[in-house]
Design a protein around this ligand. Structure first.
Ligand code: NAD
Length: 263
């Protein structure tokens, strides 16, 4: 693996606009289950519960499920801490190598690790949004009112509208600003680091296809426990293993190489 890591490090050092695309797999080492791995969330929860239609039919039922997942510790994002994979990407940004992280995750862990340029493609589950006036509030406040029995479902403090977790549900559009920034990043991207995603959720899974189809195509590096659905089509360098271990080794290698070229 050392040779492969060294090759990928060279590729990143020679890049002008390296971008990372991350998914739920980068956060499993922080104790947050992904969706599709064995023991993932979909083995315990019906994915249909996360559709906007079902939410609107019965928001109180969704909010009860949300609280149950949090209280059982199964999906407690507020207490989760970044792991070595998140820190490694933040270090790569500090080194000036990684220009941006586009994340499908809603857990805020890239920001907690120190990454600055983060595109939240699927929103952020630590916020709640009012469906009427679009005001945002920390989701913990809505959860507190819900668990005190004050409000079911929780309502906007400003206008009384229905609150929804500020994450993209199935059937909802990607936030337009995130979509626009991702498109610009794809146009400039020459190396795409794909980490911890099965690439089965669109339009996020379109990102590696887009960077491969342009001319010249970007180099795609994939770090996953299991190869993604489209690795044969898009991946130039496939590293199978734990994101924490692989990305830590990669950022160590980058630091060494950068120091060597500087002396
Ligand atoms: P997914 O569950 O479909 O796939 C996860 C991928 O990560 C798999 O390929 C798996 O092999 C790999 N993986 C798991 N643990 C790993 C590890 N430690 N190191 C390296 N690879 C690992 O997840 P997805 O493709 O991101 O799609 C699911 C959607 O669910 C996303 O859109 C995301 O918004 C959402 N989601 C987010 C979170 C979160 O915010 N942490 C958690 C669950 C789901």
């Amino acid at each position: 693996m050392d040779e492969l890591i060294s090759q990928i490090a060279d590729c990143l050092i020679n890049s002008k606009n390296a971008v990372a695309l991350t998914g739920a797999g980068i956060s499993t080492e922080s104790g947050i289950p992904d969706f599709r791995s064995p023991g993932g969330l979909w083995t315990r929860v019906d994915p249909g519960e996360f559709s906007i239609d079902r939410f609107l039919q019965n928001p109180a039922r969704f909010w009860r499920l949300h609280l149950r997942l949090k209280e059982s510790g199964d999906f407690d994002l507020a207490s989760a801490k970044p792991n070595p994979a998140h820190f490694a990407l933040a270090r790569m940004e500090q080194m000036g190598i990684l220009k941006c992280v586009i994340t499908q995750n809603v857990d805020n862990l890239h920001q907690k690790a120190g990454s600055v340029d983060v595109v939240e493609f699927h929103g952020n589950l630590l916020r709640a949004v009012c469906l009427k006036c679009r005001a945002l509030e920390p989701i913990a406040q809505a959860e507190a009112r819900l668990s005190n029995g004050q409000e079911e479902p929780p309502r906007c403090q400003a206008c009384g509208g229905l609150l929804k977790p500020d994450a993209v549900f199935f059937g909802e559009a990607i936030p337009s600003r995130a979509l626009m920034i991702s498109q610009v990043q794809c146009e400039k991207c020459d190396v795409l680091l794909v980490v911890g995603t099965s690439l089965q959720v669109f339009p996020a899974a379109q990102i590696p296809i887009t960077v491969k189809l342009k001319f010249p195509p970007a180099t795609v590096v994939e770090v996953n426990r299991e190869p993604s659905a489209m690795h044969e089509r898009i991946t130039d360098h496939l590293v199978l293993g734990s994101a924490g271990e692989v990305l830590s080794r990669l950022s160590d290698c980058l630091e060494k190489k950068k120091t060597c070229t500087a002396c």
